[in-house]
Design a protein around this ligand. Structure first.
Ligand code: NAD
Length: 357
């Protein structure tokens, strides 16, 4: 029997609610596909600050260090937004997690499930059967480079990228494209930024090693426009940290709800990864039992695929999500006429029912 260890970091807001459903589904696929994951819960974010005085306490680091993967929900909320930057859940926990485990690949699959086309604000014919993958560099660029400071009347951020950083994310993206429709679009601002000039040069060189993948380059401003004009032209979108942050949120809206979108942050050299919904802690709906747990459940599928190489179990979860949508079962964020509205935990139960059928 395959075994492994995961750190379970539910965090703040809707985090604990959607995590409970992810774990329910994981337990079901463990039984069905005969594997066993040891799950150790730990505090993170605002919840950790309140109990331990730090959003990423040492006990949590130790549990994560001793795990094969981190299953994460979300952190943050108004209660902690005025803390010193290094103690906020986002700056004190999220960014250090990415850096500590060298999670340089961020993946966001953007899939419009049949039956959910009307949840998007775009015309249905533009997004019907949309399936694209955003590959974002996650540990370099302007979010991490020094110097970075702010004084009363002046502030500075630095954007830096090395050839090695660009090469490794580009290889990951080309390999992903090879398994898909074999089209890769690399995003930059090479007409203005030096980092982008290097980015384009390196991606062009790496492309020579993947002759079966069509490689295109787009400036980020044009890409932002093309994503809502004609999203189905894209297959794999490769971007640096900041452009990827912005474009992946834009792309997420093509599907209608953040509650449908999983993400994976991976160290491609070790397969260690952190898997989490693309959305945040949603303080506006926390505690109401109405959050959509499908992004968390789909994040479990990504974890099984990328860290544990359990493809069958991952696919079974994804098919169960597709089935629940086909059965017209919806949380409130994706509800439409003729569908049955369910709570967060009822949605988890429905997925389990499909998996044990
Ligand atoms: P958010 O993603 O939490 O919410 C944006 C909107 O999407 C809200 O209306 C929310 O109700 C809705 N939404 C999000 N997830 C949903 C789900 N599963 N089901 C139904 N609706 C859902 O973004 P925000 O309000 O800008 O941020 C709230 C907090 O989360 C902030 O403190 C922010 O810094 C933090 N945040 C954390 C992460 C993370 O932990 N990775 C990511 C983004 C934001």
């Amino acid at each position: 029997m395959k075994t492994g260890k995961i750190a379970v970091l539910a965090g703040d807001g809707i985090g604990p609610e959607v995590m409970a459903e992810g774990l329910k589904v994981l337990t079901t696929v463990e039984e069905r596909f005969n594997f066993n994951l040891l799950k150790q819960s730990a505090l993170i974010g605002g919840a950790a600050y309140d109990k331990k005085g730090h959003p990423f306490p040492d006990e949590t680091k130790e549990i994560c260090d001793n795990s094969d993967a981190i299953l994460f929900s979300s952190v943050g909320g108004p209660k902690w937004s005025n803390l010193p930057p290094e103690l906020t859940p986002e700056r004190g926990a999220l960014l250090p997690l990415r850096k500590r485990y060298n999670l340089f690949v961020n993946l966001r699959p953007i899939v419009v499930y049949p039956g959910l086309e009307q949840a998007s604000s775009l015309k249905q014919e533009l997004i019907k059967d949309l399936n694209l993958l955003v590959v974002r560099e996650l540990t370099g660029g302007i979010y991490f480079s020094d110097p970075k400071w702010k004084k009363k009347n002046e502030a500075i951020d630095t954007m830096a990228y090395s050839r090695t950083e660009i090469e490794r994310i580009a290889h990951f993206a080309f390999q992903a494209a090879k398994e898909r429709r074999k089209i890769l679009t690399s995003i930059d601002k090479a007409n203005v930024l030096m980092c982008s000039k290097l980015w384009r040069e390196v991606v062009t060189e790496v492309a020579q090693e993947y002759p079966d993948v069509e490689c295109n380059h787009l400036y980020v401003d044009n890409a932002a426009m093309q994503l809502i004009r004609k999203p189905k032209q894209f297959d794999v979108i490769l971007c640096g940290n900041m452009f990827g942050d912005i474009l992946s949120d834009e792309a997420s809206q093509l599907t209608g709800s953040l509650g449908m979108l999983p993400s994976a942050s991976i160290n491609a050299e070790t397969s260690f990864g952190m898997y989490e919904p693309a959305g945040g802690s949603a303080p506006d709906i926390a505690g109401k039992g109405i959050a959509n747990p499908l992004a968390q459940i789909l994040s479990c599928a990504l974890m099984l695929r990328y860290t544990f190489k359990l493809e069958k179990a991952a696919t079974a979860i994804e098919q169960a999500v597709q089935q629940v949508i086909a059965d017209n079962i919806r949380t409130i964020d994706i509800i439409s006429d003729g569908c049955r509205q369910v709570s967060t935990s009822e949605m988890g139960d429905e997925i389990v029912k499909i998996l044990v059928r």
